[in-house]
Design a protein around this ligand. Structure first.
Ligand code: SF4
Length: 380
């Protein structure tokens, strides 16, 4: 299989947008309002089978099934619940590949903030959480090879389709009995994979999630390791999440060591793209920075970050390394993390330390794909 080949599943309805469904029903000689009924059934009601689209006459359901159509929702293969309320889902795709998706409730009954810009706090009362964030994957594995990331150990298997990206969200919403927009849910495209190396499917998924599922784009953040040409493209999108850049180093030497992609797009190129990015009113670019003990976590590194980001509307999320087998770095002490944070805050950069979520179930940043490694490696 080609590493970047997108799985081409035939006759799956999940992932089709309004225009494509209008064409589909026109091809069946059905009135155009059937497209809206399909949209409702797939994206709002999150139905699992065509037989359950009750707004369709039986004959039409049978025709679609007879023509080989299915909705194509991915399945929850496993579910790991953390003591902090985080749930890590192993999601099985139609070709047997798996990805991971993480549910992070916050507020009453869930841990407070993981540092993502969660926006306002919806009062969901009896549910036991105030707001929640879903961390979504964009590829099976990842090609970017960040040296501190467990996902990188797998390499990339393939891109996810738009339907598979949306399907992860729908599965988690159903499992948690949550329905946007009434329930305030944030999405972060920070799971397995580099979204900007699967750009078209990622953007199509975003549009479906905004227009059909009902999650506002202001509640979404995408993180890139720094695929500079796509940062430019992303800035031109009419509908887009907020932008986060995975920085992780304060100079080219360290960044190239930690993120080989820095050889292709250097820090200067990346920061120029960030400065050129057309921000909306009151928007800031988030810079993610994984702190590795003795590698990139000195206060001199923090001062270099201040220089890089000077004058750029930004905020910084610091993540003390989430350890894992096969990762040759150590987690810095809380004192080193605070010292780093203080340098940035004193320079006027809003800087947050993200609390690890679900470390006990390998759901924290950089830890995804642990389950598949266990499943595929007899040595573990
Ligand atoms: S940190 Fe993100 S971009 Fe880097 S290897 Fe892991 S999943 Fe890929």
């Amino acid at each position: 299989m080609q590493p970047y080949m997108t799985h081409l599943a035939h006759n799956l309805l999940l992932g089709l947008d309004r225009g494509e469904l209008v064409s589909l029903v026109a091809g069946l000689d059905e009135p155009a309002y059937r497209a809206q009924q399909l949209l409702d059934g797939i994206y709002r009601k999150r139905l699992e089978s065509i037989d359950r689209i009750s707004t369709f006459p039986q004959a039409l359901r049978s025709k679609l099934v007879g023509d080989g159509y299915t909705i194509g929702l991915p399945a929850v293969e496993k579910r790991f619940v953390s003591i902090d309320g985080t749930v890590r889902y192993l999601i099985a795709l139609t070709d047997g590949q798996t990805v991971e998706t993480v549910w992070m409730p916050e507020g009453d009954g869930g841990e407070a903030g993981d540092g993502t810009e969660a926006g306002d706090s919806a009062q969901n009362g009896p549910r036991g959480w105030d707001r929640a964030t879903i961390c979504v994957s964009s590829q099976v594995g990842c090609a970017v090879d960040c040296q501190f990331c467990l996902t990188a150990l797998l390499g990339v298997k393939r891109n996810l389709t738009a339907g598979e990206i949306v399907g992860q969200v729908l599965r988690v919403l159903t499992d948690q009995n949550v329905s946007p927009p009434q329930d305030r849910v944030n999405l972060v495209f920070m799971g397995m994979g580099e979204p900007f190396l699967n750009y078209d499917n990622f953007i199509k998924a975003v549009r479906l999630l905004v227009e059909e599922v009902g999650i506002a784009e202001s509640r979404m953040t995408v993180s890139t390791a720094g695929i500079v040409p796509r940062i430019h493209d992303f800035g031109l999108e009419a509908i887009r999440p907020k932008l986060a850049i995975s920085l992780n180093a304060s100079n080219d030497e360290t960044r190239t060591r930690l993120m080989p992609i820095n050889r292709k797009w250097s820090l200067a190129t990346l920061i120029t793209a960030a400065r050129d990015f057309p921000l909306r009113n009151r928007e800031r670019i988030t810079f993610e920075y994984v702190l590795l003990d003795g590698v990139n976590d000195d206060t001199t590194n923090a001062e270099e970050v201040v220089t890089l980001l000077r004058g750029l509307p930004s905020k910084v999320n610091l993540i003390a390394l989430n350890p894992g087998p096969g990762i040759d770095f150590l987690t810095p002490t809380a004192d080193r993390v605070s010292a780093f944070q203080n340098v940035l805050i004193k320079s006027g950069i809003p800087t947050f330390v993200r609390r690890p979520r679900g470390r006990d179930i390998f759901a924290a940043c950089g830890q995804l794909k642990r389950t598949v490694e266990i499943a595929t490696s007899p040595a573990l």
